[in-house]
Design a protein around this ligand. Structure first.
Ligand code: ATP
Length: 239
């Protein structure tokens, strides 16, 4: 990990019509970090990720990526620059096979040999996807589709991966597996911003964390410190 700030969000405001969903959020993610953003339903976490990745317009404030403002840039340009989101609900191509989905993740690339090597690397991370390589994505379980969505995002060779609720709706075993893989991907050098309802797992995995409440960041600290904070425990860990 270095001190280089890859992503810096300042005074971010995002609205849906008259509804202010994000009301002035400030946070940063440094190269090599795994940062978790936790908060209650409706706090504005998903909206924040969408604004950062160009999927939702920014009403006010700024987003800097590798030292330059990316405000107003489209999602597509940002993917090409390595800023990639895995959305909640996954969004795999259900009528395509697993291999085809992974190949779609590489369609901004033309380094054929390296694409093949990356598919093998992803099969190494997710052996389940290799076993089912020719199966249609739409016939897979929720956990398998989550793996596929993460695998497809990795095919874009992200510098910063933004994961929106990867453990949502999954069985406890699958939640374990997903967190194992998040740690793995982080261990391979990918910087990660993780949004999670599962606050205890997300903070345990994180270098640093932020708590979002009603569209603003209200607490920040090392993942382990937030995990042990009485206020966080009372509000988000059911104590
Ligand atoms: P969750 O965990 O439930 O997804 P969240 O913290 O990610 O919560 P957001 O989904 O960002 O929260 O929602 C923030 C606020 O914006 C909520 O009040 C929500 O109702 C509102 N909102 C989200 N999407 C839209 C939309 N497309 N149109 C109008 N309001 C929206």
């Amino acid at each position: 990990m270095t001190n280089e700030v890859l992503l810096k969000v300042s005074g971010l405001k995002v609205a849906y019509g008259g509804i202010q969903a994000v009301k002035g959020a400030d946070f940063e993610v440094r190269r090599g970090e795994l940062v978790s953003l936790i908060g209650a339903n409706g706090a504005g976490k998903t909206t924040t990720l969408k604004a950062v990745t160009g999927l939702q317009p920014v009403a006010d404030g700024d987003i800097q990526y590798m030292g330059r403002s990316i405000k107003g840039q489209g999602a597509w340009d940002l993917v090409k620059q390595g800023l990639v989101m895995v959305p909640e609900g996954r969004g795999t191509f259900t009528r395509m096979t697993i291999v085809e989905n992974l190949q779609m993740g590489a369609y901004i690339r033309n380094d054929k040999a390296q694409i093949e090597a990356d598919i093998e690397r992803i099969f190494g991370i997710f052996p389940r996807l290799k076993e089912r390589a020719t199966q249609l994505a739409g016939t897979m379980s929720g956990g398998e589709q989550q793996m596929l969505a993460m695998g497809r995002a990795l095919m874009t060779q992200p510098k910063v991966l933004l994961l929106d609720e990867p453990s949502m709706g999954l069985s406890p075993i699958m939640v374990d597996k997903i967190f194992e893989v998040v740690n793995d991907i982080h261990g391979q050098g990918v910087t990660i911003l993780l949004v999670e309802q599962n606050a205890s797992r997300a903070l345990a995995a994180a270098n640093r964390g932020y708590v979002m409440e009603s569209g603003v960041i209200t607490m920040t600290g090392a993942g382990k410190d937030l995990l042990n904070d009485p206020k966080v425990r009372a509000a988000y860990l059911g104590e």
